[in-house]
Write a protein that binds this ligand. Structure first.
Ligand code: SAJ
Length: 427
């Protein structure tokens, strides 16, 4: 099948790169976002999210004349739904955006169209939720139009590369739908394209992120064990990883981002009685901020009035994404315990965690601190020279929750170094 026009619903971290990449590969693309501000920003030649290379790509897409941005979908050969699937407070999938996107498509749906859901969704969302909504058009999925699920699997920070190079799974509600999906994505995907059914494709996506969450949870649990046995868990992990079949991930302040900290709950919600391990891993990772706060307390004593410079708020290194960030949770808990926290997040400098003060620069964050708490391993922070830091802060205690600051180098510059997973040795 040949697709000439495409409508992408949702212009966030996935939808915007996807729409722009299709446009630069020759399709006529309408990018749709219900948020007027997003539409205005894009029409003014700006972008509302940070991702390496994205600005250039979006500008190229606009310049080619193949990308336009609207607030509602219009008829096209294919539709991609790339809207958020957040989680509610009680850990249930909130599918209202998917529902609204599907409802906005059915009035413009035509015979022969392809609709692809990309949003991470609980098993059976494509067949049980999206299909009936689209069929309100009077057209039948599988007979009159094609319907598929294809998960995005790109890593924030490397989205543009991975969008093209990663293998892509496409699950159709029938074989013809899967094949139609392959014909669409082969416009730019260079990785393998694997065809399956829609529910398997949904499971694949959830399994990938759940697998990573469970593996990070065991690394975090090991770090707690390391702390209580006086073991340097970083060294122990490095040694264990020399075993040919062991690959332990990195402990840290917890798991954030909109994917790994959310997706496992979609499985737990769907089948709580047979997903105990997945649930427990989530609880371990969600418990890490409290472990970090205990570490700070073990270093500084009661936190009331303690001046702490917290470096990094985003959910991981070198991104501007604050969603579900464990660093935010750590700062909130420190503030709650009476700490006087100054934050510095180079990728979102204005963000204020209630009760804390955002600094205007790294220097300002450090200048009055009693302790420096590293929460995110941004390149900028990894490159701080201990001697430079010693000149810019009165603090002589640093707490590294990412295991990236050399204990010997910082120690030589006069700092007491506390590292997550090595607590008892240094504290
Ligand atoms: N983290 C650790 N220790 C580690 C690795 C990560 O604590 O060893 C933490 C990070 O600091 C971060 C969180 O986990 O807070 C998640 O970061 P990540 O880099 O593992 O993953 P994401 O959320 O940026 O992207 C994931 C990726 N999924 C997998 O690697 C299985 C990506 O491929 C997906 O496309 C993305 O989720 C998504 O959109 O679902």
């Amino acid at each position: 099948m040949r697709f000439n026009s495409l409508c992408v619903l949702g212009l966030g971290y996935i939808g915007l790169p996807t729409a722009s990449t299709f446009a630069t590969h020759g399709l006529q693309v309408i990018g749709v976002d219900v948020d007027r501000r997003v539409v205005d920003v894009l029409r003014n030649g700006e972008i509302h999210i940070q991702e390496p290379g994205l600005r250039t790509l979006v500008q190229a897409a606009f310049r080619s004349g193949k990308l336009s941005v609207e607030e509602a979908p219009s008829p096209a050969d294919a539709f991609i739904i790339a809207v958020p699937t957040p989680i509610t407070k009680d850990k249930r999938a909130d599918l209202t955006y998917v529902q609204a996107a599907a409802e906005s498509i059915h009035p413009v749906l035509r015979a022969g169209n392809l609709v692809v859901l990309e949003s991470t969704s609980p098993p059976r969302t494509t067949v049980d939720l999206v299909r009936p909504i689209l069929e309100q058009s009077g057209l039948r999925a599988g007979q009159d139009f094609f319907l598929a699920y294809s998960p995005e699997r790109v890593l924030p920070g490397k989205i543009l590369h991975e969008l093209i190079e990663n293998a892509r799974v496409i699950g159709g509600i029938d074989e013809a739908s899967a094949c139609a999906g392959r014909d669409l994505y082969s416009a730019f995907v260079r990785g393998d394209i694997l065809l399956t059914d829609a529910t398997t494709a949904e499971m694949v996506k959830l399994m990938e992120n759940t697998y990573r969450d469970v593996n990070i949870a065991i690394a975090n649990e090991f770090s707690r064990l390391g702390q209580s046995f006086g073991v340097d868990i970083w060294q122990a992990i490095a040694m264990a990883n020399l075993h040919p079949r062991v690959k332990i991930l990195r402990p840290g302040p917890g798991v954030g981002g909109h994917c790994i900290s959310v997706d496992p709950w979609f499985l737990v919600e769907a089948a709580p009685e047979i997903s105990a391990l997945i649930r427990q891993a989530r609880l371990v990772n969600d418990g890490q901020p409290a472990v970090v706060v205990d570490l700070v307390r073990s270093a500084l004593g009661p936190l009331e009035g303690k001046r702490i410079a917290a470096l990094g708020l985003s959910y991981k290194a070198d991104v501007d994404d604050l969603r579900e960030s464990p660093a935010l949770e750590v700062v909130e808990q420190l503030v709650h315990a009476g700490g006087v926290v100054v934050t510095w997040e180079p990728f979102v400098p204005d963000h204020q965690v209630p009760g804390s003060t955002p600094a205007a620069s790294l220097e300002q964050a450090l200048q009055d601190a009693e302790a420096v708490l590293l929460l995110v391993d941004h390149t900028q922070f990894k490159e701080i020279e201990p001697a430079w830091a010693a000149d810019h802060t009165p603090a002589r205690t640093i707490i590294d929750t990412r295991g990236v600051w050399s204990r010997s180098a910082w120690g030589e510059a006069g700092f007491r170094v506390i590292t997550l997973g090595v607590g008892l040795q240094d504290a």
